[in-house]
Write a protein that binds this ligand. Structure first.
Ligand SMILES: Nc1ncnc2c1ncn2[C@@H]1O[C@H](COP(=O)(O)OP(=O)(O)OP(=O)(O)O)[C@@H](O)[C@H]1O
Length: 331
């Protein structure tokens, strides 16, 4: 049995314009100690999928499908049970730590709180553990930092505090949603390295969410490429980079800044924008932007084909997609 087994998950948001399907029939598995990258442009439903796992979706939303953690469907749990699961099994860090940290409490108290609540520690034990966690996430001089407020720390240090809070409940699964997007490039690498080290040393599984295929490629075992709320390509990270197949994955790859790219070559962008959730095409969600699209793509959902062991692609035009070189598709 997988640690996490997501089966046909859909998230439907109630909006003023009607129901919007932000996640569509998403399925994936996560094993113990494995790292999965979810990649796609802004608005593809990555965060909604993560919030569904955490039981933190907005009020006017509903879910379909299953999210099984050790065989138990989290979508059947009540709020109190989900709170326990968030305190013990799943933890999430977000893009902007300033909005997740409470500005009027010291960082020390914010790390101590889950230790006291979920691990029933005494105040003195929680303080000792908080200082250990601050040190573990690379905050220099934890004793002095304990009494600081979030605004007294740099962006990178605030993200380290968020990681310490996530670690405090010794989760089995860490979900990091764009954890470095708000940080300077040099700090980004340090935070990603820290997450990798902690995940490895603590034996956690990781779901790393990013719009940046470069970040995902360097930090994960497996990749799930999401577009329009659906998975369009999944597989081992190495395998996907060996053979990019789905036209959307090819587009993301072409749009990656690359070292050594000839000076006169402009950076490729995928023309158009992500589809409106209310008026999705009936068929493939990528139809309107895909250079290979034909009528069948517009009207019929694509078959999901296992092109190699555990490498799945959802596309009506697999052979053509395989034959076209990335830069021919998006140039
Ligand atoms: N509270 C909400 N009510 C209605 N629609 C929403 C709400 N939050 C997000 N959406 C819509 O749901 C879709 C998926 O959003 P989501 O945040 O999951 O995308 P994402 O891929 O994580 O992108 P980003 O990185 O920008 O957050 C988007 O079209 C977004 O506009």
């Amino acid at each position: 049995m997988s640690l996490l087994n997501i089966n046909n998950l859909s998230v439907i948001l109630e909006t003023n314009k009607g129901p919007a399907r932000a996640v569509r029939n998403l399925s994936f598995r996560l094993e113990k100690g494995e790292t999965l990258g979810i990649v796609g442009e802004s608005g593809c439903g990555k965060s909604m999928a993560a919030l569904a796992l955490m039981g933190l979706l907005p009020e006017r939303s509903k879910t379909e499908g299953q999210i099984k953690l050790d065989g138990q469907n989290l979508l059947e749990k009540d709020d109190q049970e989900m709170c326990q699961i968030r305190g013990n099994r799943l933890a999430m860090i977000f893009q902007e730590p300033m909005t997740s940290l409470n500005p009027v409490h010291t960082v020390g108290n914010q790390i101590m709180e889950p230790l006291r609540l979920h691990r029933n520690m005494s105040e003195s034990d929680a303080k000792v553990e908080t200082l250990r966690l601050l040190d573990r996430v690379g905050i220099p001089n934890p004793q002095a930092r304990f009494d600081n407020y979030p605004h007294q720390l740099s962006g990178g240090q605030r993200q380290r505090v968020m990681i310490a809070i996530a670690l405090s409940c010794q989760p089995d699964v860490l979900i990091a949603d764009e954890p470095t997007t708000a940080l300077d490039v040099t700090i980004q690498d340090q935070i990603l390295d820290l997450i990798q080290t902690l995940v490895r040393e603590e034996g956690m599984s990781l779901i790393l969410i990013s719009h940046d295929l470069g970040v995902i490629s360097e930090n994960t075992d497996n990749i799930l490429v999401m577009y329009g709320g659906a998975a369009v390509e999944t597989g081992k990270t190495e395998q996907i980079f060996d053979e990019l197949i789905h036209p959307y994955t090819q587009g993301l790859f072409a749009a990656m800044p690359k070292l050594g790219r000839a000076k006169n070559r402009r950076l490729v962008t995928i023309p158009g924008t992500v589809p409106d959730l209310i008026s999705m095409p009936m068929g493939c969600t990528f139809t309107d932007r895909c250079p290979l699209a034909t009528e069948v793509c517009q009207n019929t959902p694509p078959p999901v084909v296992e092109v190699k062991s555990k490498h799945f692609v959802a596309c009506h035009h697999l052979d053509e997609a395989r034959d076209r070189k990335t830069e021919e598709l998006f140039s």
